[in-house]
Design a protein around this ligand. Structure first.
Ligand code: BGP
Length: 480
């Protein structure tokens, strides 16, 4: 087994349209779910307002103005040596309301320009169809994916962009972190995953899991249609992978871990194997859920299995059969402390071995190619005002985090036989944080001069990690 990363390993960076494009009302774009979420913080959850209201700060409206500055940013990605760049298409740029027949040509032209610029710089686009933003009209008129009608709207959108970019984009991702919404205690997840606003007193589990079924069907139909449009397409599912450890070796903790992991494995089981897993019935019963399936859904799932698994990895978490906590201090609701790990300022466990464990367990379960669509370290970066260095920020802490995680990926590949074909650092340029709406929760190797109130010059500057990652890519992971 080679001791190296594969020769054409796709090193790169990842972002999402709503977290950096800005220009939220330009080019014919319609309102999306991302546009009605206010700024928040590590302690203050974001508010979902009914439309865009005066007196609130909506950080996604401006993002970092990538819509107008993408050429400058792509030049910086090229300088780092990116082989690929993961972003998403803003669905409401293509279908402003989401239920139109005809697409918005201006929106299609923006992504033509963006993908052309990437390809001209030797960078492969990796494109997510739905990354936490659904046309707001679909939320207000149909209730988002709680309505089965969204399957048709999503498929029409997918067909449109698959056809338009069939010769520019090879790698596609369906729904970003489709599993987040299983945590129904945090409404932001159902809203951004499925465009669902919970109603007073309704059974949230029932609503969410029915929407999940619609998304699984829509995703499988999109995979099948995508392969008809271009047989070379590689289309993947995407799950937020937070491996769960049992708090002790008590057998009940182990069973609690198996139970909690079903909220992750369920998605890859369906998307990779093409059918609901054996534990689905008892899992749904325990949640008080009854999935309404239609004639033909089972076939659709079996005919639309994905080409690869993509995932985000930031942290691991711990479950105990004793603790019925619903605190999400540890990043994920119901997690308890791991005394062997350190935590970020946002309570996310720092666990590079957890990434190797994740890649190993997914490989052993599916033997499918894996793309690491997100891994990164959010931190309050400090500008080096004295200008003593060639870089604007000394983010050695981010380099350390990424070094350890890239080494874990290398071990999974070279020691454990994992077939990982790409790694994109989340927030390769500072963007709007999804969970908090902060710009000050920075992930980038590129610093952007903008603060949480949206004030700043938007000037870009290189951090220390910019030069570190440039060398990692240059040596194909030999020097990490
Ligand atoms: C994942 C999302 C990304 C990004 C990332 C970092 O959940 O897929 O869109 O937001 O987390 O999280 P945050 O931005 O909340 O710090």
């Amino acid at each position: 087994m080679s001791q190296k990363f594969p020769e054409h390993f796709l090193w790169g960076g990842a972002v999402a349209a709503h977290q950096l494009e800005g220009a939220y009302r330009e080019g014919g774009r319609g309102l999306s779910t991302a546009d009605v979420m206010t700024a928040g913080s590590a302690k203050q959850p974001r508010i979902i307002t009914d439309g865009v209201l005066a007196g609130y700060v909506y950080p996604n409206h401006q993002g970092i103005d990538f819509y107008h500055r993408y050429r400058e940013d792509i030049a910086l990605f090229r300088e780092m040596g990116f082989k690929c760049f993961r972003t998403s298409i803003s669905w409401s740029r293509i279908f402003p309301n989401g239920d139109e027949e005809e697409p918005n040509e201006e929106g299609l032209q923006f992504y033509d320009r963006l993908f052309d610029e990437l390809l001209a710089n030797g960078i492969q686009p990796v494109v997510t169809l739905s990354h936490f933003e659904i046309p707001y009209h679909l939320v207000k008129t149909y209730g988002g994916f709680r309505s089965r009608k969204l399957i048709g709207f999503f498929l029409h959108y997918a067909e449109t962009v698959f056809t338009r970019y069939r010769d520019k984009v090879k790698y596609w991702i369906l729904f970003n972190e489709i599993n987040n919404q299983t945590d129904t205690s945090r409404p932001i997840f159902a809203f951004t995953n499925s465009g669902i606003l919970f109603e007073e007193g309704e059974n949230r589990e029932q609503v969410v899991w029915q929407a999940i079924h619609h998304e699984l069907v829509a995703g499988a139909m999109a995979v099948k249609r995508g392969h008809e449009i271009n047989p070379d397409f590689k289309i993947g599912c995407m799950v937020a992978w937070v491996p769960i450890y049992p708090e002790t070796c008590h057998p009940a903790d182990m069973l609690a871990e198996v139970d909690r992991m079903h909220d992750r494995y369920f998605f890859t089981d369906v998307y990779v194997r093409g059918h609901y897993p054996g534990y689905a019935d008892s899992m749904m019963k325990k949640k008080g859920v009854f999935i309404r399936m239609e004639e033909g859904d089972a076939e659709i799932l079996s005919e639309g299995t994905v080409d690869y698994i993509s995932l985000s990895y930031y942290m691991s978490s711990v479950v105990s059969h004793l603790e019925d906590t619903d605190s999400n201090e540890r990043g994920f609701t119901g997690s308890v402390d791991n005394p062997y790990l350190k935590y970020s300022d946002w309570g996310w466990a720092i666990d590079p071995e957890g990434l190797r464990y994740t890649l190993d367990t997914l490989t052993e379960r599916y033997e499918k190619p894996i793309f690491i669509a997100e891994n990164g370290f959010g931190a309050y970066d400090k500008l080096d005002e004295k200008g003593e260095h060639s870089y604007a920020v000394d983010d050695s802490y981010r380099i350390n985090y990424l070094q350890e995680h890239i080494r874990a990926v290398k071990e999974a590949i070279t020691e454990d036989g994992a077939d990982v074909f790409g790694f994109t650092i989340w927030g390769c340029i500072d963007v709007v944080s999804f969970t908090t709406g902060e710009l000050s929760k920075r992930y980038g190797m590129i610093y952007v001069d903008i603060d949480d109130a949206g004030c700043g010059t938007l000037a870009r500057s290189r951090k220390k990690s910019f030069y570190w990652y440039q060398n990692v890519i240059r040596t194909n992971g030999e020097e990490v």
